[in-house]
Design a protein. Structure first.
Ligand SMILES: NC(=O)c1ccc[n+]([C@@H]2O[C@H](COP(=O)([O-])OP(=O)(O)OC[C@H]3O[C@@H](n4cnc5c(N)ncnc54)[C@H](O)[C@@H]3O)[C@@H](O)[C@H]2O)c1
Length: 335
């Protein structure tokens, strides 16, 4: 039984705490949030300890590992503190909004043998995983192209967007990691375009984009196309297509059920898409905890680690540079 403490009890910390509490091989060792009321609510709901400081979490002999779900700016500080305390980490994405801070953290944690896992949850989605496996098994021949469509159901609140670090570092970062996972080769160049179509005034104010396309190319010539929008009127649109010399495999959207209705006015009418990431990726979030417990208990290598977090951040910076400068950016220019 791995005893995991959760740092940060906001939107995603609440979900992680519940998943840990329900996991057969994990126990919720306690929770901490700078907003004491948030920690109080989650701790009380699960009968878990409510820590009064992060230092108390790292010093506790009853905590085997930590899950960092606090605000992005705290991630590297907490990773460093966890390594110092000898506690394995599962950290939410992204590592930080600044690549300089990521590099500093990398130097500070050195080549620690502790599991440091990144919360790139889409790698654990059963559909996306099955698609990758079909590709690895040779079912579609040589992989040529990866097409990822990822659209949020609605614009996030202004306050969130203003501190998000921009669409590539906040949202596309999941798809950049997923593209690397699917491509099986490192990306060498990024070409991206960004538009302000959903909320032009907000995007202008933030120097951000709400509608983007990024094209990644590997040294071997494989391509990935990532299509993002902050707002899709029909819901949370999450699809991955792998195209190869012998075929194509598609991991599609998820619905509450797979019923389709055929009536006089329309055919093939399905139930709405699962609303957002907590519902759509519920199985993946659960599998992510299982994978982390495997790494902590059995010394299994983490399935997605610090270097993957760093690589995705580099690609995000490359995408911004590409939009800003209107050209294809070599990844080596950023790294
Ligand atoms: N994997 C995913 O799909 C996914 C989805 C959403 C958010 N995230 C990431 O998770 C993190 C949290 O996002 P959220 O949507 O839950 O945000 P949120 O604002 O709802 O919650 C963040 C929580 O962190 C707390 N906090 C801030 N500073 C802290 C500190 N020093 N110590 C402890 N707690 C602190 C805040 O009080 C708040 O309760 C972000 O890094 C975000 O990028 C990942």
């Amino acid at each position: 039984m791995t005893r995991i403490a959760v740092l940060g009890c906001g939107r995603i910390g609440v979900m992680h705490a519940a998943n840990i509490a329900a996991h057969p091989r994990a126990r919720l060792a306690g929770v901490y949030d700078v907003a004491a009321a948030a920690a109080e609510t989650v701790g009380t709901a699960h009968g878990a300890r409510i820590f009064r400081s992060a230092a108390e979490v790292f010093a506790s002999a009853d905590v085997d590992a930590v899950l960092i779900a606090s605000a992005t700016a705290t991630h590297c500080d907490y990773i460093e503190a966890a390594v110092e305390a000898g506690k394995p980490v599962l950290c939410e994405k992204p590592l930080d909004l600044s690549l300089e801070r990521v590099e500093l953290c990398r130097r500070r944690i050195g080549d620690t043998a502790l599991p440091i896992m990144l919360g790139f949850v889409r790698r654990f989605d059963p559909g996306h995983r099955a698609a990758r496996q079909a590709c690895l098994d040779g079912e579609i021949g040589d992989l040529h192209q990866v097409v990822i469509t990822s659209r949020d159901p609605a614009m996030s609140p202004d306050a969130y967007i203003e501190v998000s670090g921009g669409i590539f570092r906040d949202m596309t970062i999941h798809d950049l990691d997923l593209a690397r996972f699917m491509l099986g080769e490192e990306v060498v160049s990024v070409s991206a375009t960004g538009s302000r179509l959903v909320d032009p005034a907000l995007m202008e104010r933030c120097g951000d984009y709400d509608t983007t396309v990024a094209v990644l190319t590997t040294a071997g010539g494989r391509q990935a196309v990532i299509v993002n929008s902050r707002a899709a009127a029909y819901g949370y649109d999450q699809r991955v297509e792998l195209f190869g010399s012998k075929g194509m495999v598609l991991s599609g959207n998820r619905r509450r059920n797979e019923v389709t209705k055929h009536v006089g006015s329309a055919t093939n009418v399905s139930t709405p898409l699962l609303h957002f990431f907590i519902e759509r990726y519920a199985a993946a979030f659960d599998a992510e905890i299982g994978s982390f417990v495997d790494a902590v208990e059995n010394g299994a290598p983490v399935e997605v680690g610090f270097e993957d977090g760093r690589a995705a951040s580099i690609l995000a910076d490359a995408a911004f540079k590409s939009v800003d400068e209107g050209r294809t950016v070599r990844v080596s220019e950023i790294a």
